[in-house]
Design a protein around this ligand. Sequence first.
Ligand code: LMR
Length: 334
Amino acid sequence: MKLHSLLLGVAALALSASVAAQQPIVIKFSHVVAQDTPKGKASEFFAKRAGELTKGKVKVEVYANSTLYKDKEEMEALQLGAVQMLAPSLAKFGPLGVKEFEVFDLPFIFDNYTELHKVTQGPVGAKLLAKLEPKGIKGLAYWDNGFKSFSANKPLKAPADFKGQKMRIQSSKVLESQMRSVGAIPQVMAFSEVYQALQTGVVDGTENPHSNLYTQKMHEVQKHMTLTEHGYLGYAVITNKKFWDGLPADVRGQLEQAMKEATDFANKSAKEDNDAALEKVKASGKTQIYTPTAEERLALKRAMVKTHKEMESRIGKETIEAVYKETGFDPSKL
Ligand code: LMR
């Protein structure tokens, strides 16, 4: 009898050890946008490739649309280890104390994706990601979204049109300064709250890449949109450093490969997604879309570029100049 129960015990132990060995490592990946956006699709792509390349040793669970955490909470959750991966907008790292990332928010600093990629795929981008490590965060990649346009319930063509407009922004001091440069009143708000704030008139307008505007249905509550494409919105994919460093080396290597593939996918398809979203906004007929003339865009640029100098002490002159050097931007030539 004694031997029998001993054998049973040994068998139970072996079983639970093998179950433990088969338990996948779970990565919770939380984000705030819809699934059908550049970030939504890239995170799903990463989840799929991570599963395939690790042969099921890793299971990435993607939580879209702020279903797990909203903007501010997700950063805290990552540091606490309640979630293992995020891809916050580069405009959302200031509250963490890494203000240099706000260089990406400077209005008109990038004319196109090619200029931007010189930064995100070069040494300047790598140096910025390294600044996250003392916060217990490891930066894995940059993922594109796209260039933002302004929307409101009145046409915004000239700088004077912005005066007194309450404009929702992400939590970035640079975006605050950008809005103030044309007399608008900036209001920081979590992404998940923007639709309702626009609908109820808590704010008058906002700025978005077209994919975000369309998938959150903001075009249904904004009468006008101006294709200014005045600033960039993109992401840093980040993970909890302790979690990442604690992964078995082979698994970490496979995840790095999955991330590389997801990054290529994201950065190849983001522009297409934004162009397609704009077409859908146009087809909806709910928002009047205005394309500014070259003169109108230049007037807006001249008004908003003040922000670059104003934000120098916050972002750091060195970081701003490093970006100018990569892109060829010269504010004295405006
Ligand atoms: C926003 O808050 O407008 C964006 O950062 C949302 C996102 O993640 O694209």
